[in-house]
Design a protein around this ligand. Structure first.
Ligand SMILES: NC(=O)c1ccc[n+]([C@@H]2O[C@H](COP(=O)([O-])OP(=O)(O)OC[C@H]3O[C@@H](n4cnc5c(N)ncnc54)[C@H](OP(=O)(O)O)[C@@H]3O)[C@@H](O)[C@H]2O)c1
Length: 326
C-alpha cells in the first residue's frame, strides 16, 4: 500500500479508501452476515487500507455500526470518515428495527431495492441546522463506538446550504470538544465542490471524479491542492457503469454516456489492460486526489481492487489513449 498526505490535516491515508455505502442493509452486502462484513473490513485494514467512508444514513445506520465493531480495539489505526445531514424517513427507521426478520424474506424473494416504489422506501429529507448536526455527531459517535470522528462531512448539501456557512459554528464546537478532528463536505457536483473551496476553512471535499466524470480536473483538483484541502475522489468505476458485465443494451438503458463507455472498453482492449484497473490507475495518477474511494461489499471486490492497485501505472501513451476515447 502507498500512502498520501490528507491535505494539510497531518493525517496520512492509503491510496484507496473503503466506501461503506453498501455494507449491511436489507438488500444485503454480498458477503452475507454481519460477521462476514466485519471480517471483510478487517481484511481491508490488514491489507493497508486505512480510510473508511461511511454515513449515518447508509443501510439505516448499520454501516456505521459495522465499522465501529470492526475497529474497536484498533481505533488509532484507522481514519473514520462519516457524514450527516440526511434524516431517515419513518419507513427506513422501521426497517432498521425489523431488519433481521426482513433480510431472509428479501433474499428468498430476490427483491431489489431499485424495484421498490418510493411509498415503500420513503423519501429522504435533509437538515443541516446546528441542532440536527450536533445530535447527528453524537449519534454517530455512539454507533461507531468511539469518542472521536476523524473526518465529519456534511452529506450532499445544496449549494445554498454550503454558502450559508450556518453549519460552521456547530462543527467548530464539536471540534473544540474533541468529538470531531476535522470536517469537510461531501459534494454531489463539481460546482458544489467549487463553492466549498470558495467558502474556505474546510479540511476536505469529496466529489465524483474519474474517467466518466472529468469535470473536476478542469480546476477544482488543482485549487484544492493549492489550498491544502484534501480531495476524496469517488465513483472511479462510474458507479457501476465501467463494469465489464454490463451489455451494450443495458448500458444504453442506464446512461447517456454509453458511447464513451464503449470507447473506453475498446481502449482497454487495445492496451491489453482491464478497464477497471485503468480507471483506478487514472484516479491514482490524477494530481490533487488524496484518496480514491472504492465501494466494496464482497471479498471478491477487495481482492480484485487490491490487484488493480498493484497494477502498473498508466503510461503517457495510455493516458493519451484514454483522453482520446472520451
Ligand atoms: N454523496 C455522497 O457523499 C456519496 C455518494 C456516493 C458514494 N459515496 C461514497 O463513495 C463510495 C464509493 O461510491 P462509488 O460510487 O464509487 O461506488 P459504489 O456506488 O459504492 O459502487 C461501487 C460499484 O463498483 C463495483 N465494484 C467495486 N469493486 C469492484 C470490482 N473489483 N469489480 C467489479 N465491480 C466492482 C460495485 O459492484 P457491485 O454492483 O458488484 O456491488 C458497484 O457497482 C461509497 O461507498 C460511499 O462511501 C458518497
Amino acid at each position: 500500500m502507498r500512502w498520501r498526505p490528507f491535505g494539510s490535516t497531518g493525517l496520512t491515508v492509503s491510496d484507496i479508501g473503503f466506501g461503506c455505502a453498501r455494507i449491511g442493509g436489507v438488500f444485503g452486502s454480498g458477503s452475507g452476515t454481519s460477521s462476514d462484513t466485519i471480517a471483510l473490513l478487517r481484511r481491508a485494514q490488514d491489507a493497508g487500507i486505512n480510510l473508511f467512508d461511511t454515513a449515518d444514513m447508509y443501510s439505516q445506520s448499520e454501516s456505521e455500526a459495522l465499522v465501529g465493531r470492526a475497529f474497536s480495539g484498533m481505533r488509532s489505526q484507522v481514519v473514520i470518515a462519516t457524514k450527516g445531514g440526511y434524516c431517515l424517513p419513518a419507513q427506513k427507521r422501521l426497517v432498521s428495527r425489523i431488519k433481521p426478520l426482513l433480510r431472509p424474506i428479501v433474499r428468498a424473494l430476490g427483491i431489489k431495492r431499485e424495484n421498490l416504489p418510493a411509498s415503500v422506501t420513503g423519501s429522504l429529507s435533509q437538515d443541516f441546522s446546528p441542532d440536527h448536526l450536533v445530535a447527528a455527531v453524537e449519534a454517530s459517535l455512539k454507533r461507531l463506538g468511539t469518542d472521536h470522528i476523524d473526518l465529519y462531512q456534511l452529506h450532499s448539501p445544496p449549494q445554498s446550504v454550503i454558502e450559508s456557512g450556518d453549519w460552521r459554528e456547530p462543527l467548530e464546537r464539536m471540534k473544540a470538544a474533541g468529538k470531531v478532528r476535522f470536517y469537510g463536505i461531501a459534494c454531489d457536483t463539481v460546482q458544489d465542490a467549487g463553492a466549498c473551496l470558495k467558502i474556505g476553512g474546510l479540511s476536505s471535499i469529496q466529489l465524483p471524479f474519474g474517467l466518466l466524470d472529468l469535470e473536476a480536473s478542469a480546476g477544482v483538483l488543482a485549487e484544492a491542492e493549492r489550498l491544502g484541502v484534501a480531495v476524496i475522489a469517488r465513483g472511479c468505476f462510474g458507479g457501476s457503469l465501467l463494469k465489464p458485465s454490463l451489455t451494450e443494451v443495458e448500458l444504453k438503458e442506464k446512461t447517456e454516456k454509453w458511447a464513451t463507455v464503449m470507447a473506453l472498453r475498446e481502449t482497454a482492449k487495445r492496451n491489453r489492460r482491464d478497464l477497471l484497473e485503468m480507471a483506478l490507475q487514472f484516479s491514482l495518477a490524477s494530481p490533487g486526489v488524496s484518496v480514491t474511494l472504492l465501494g466494496m461489499r464482497t471479498e471478491d471486490h477487495l481482492r480484485q481492487n487490491l490487484e488493480f492497485l498493484a497494477g502498473s501505472p498508466l503510461t503517457e501513451a495510455q493516458l493519451a489513449d484514454l483522453r482520446e476515447a472520451r
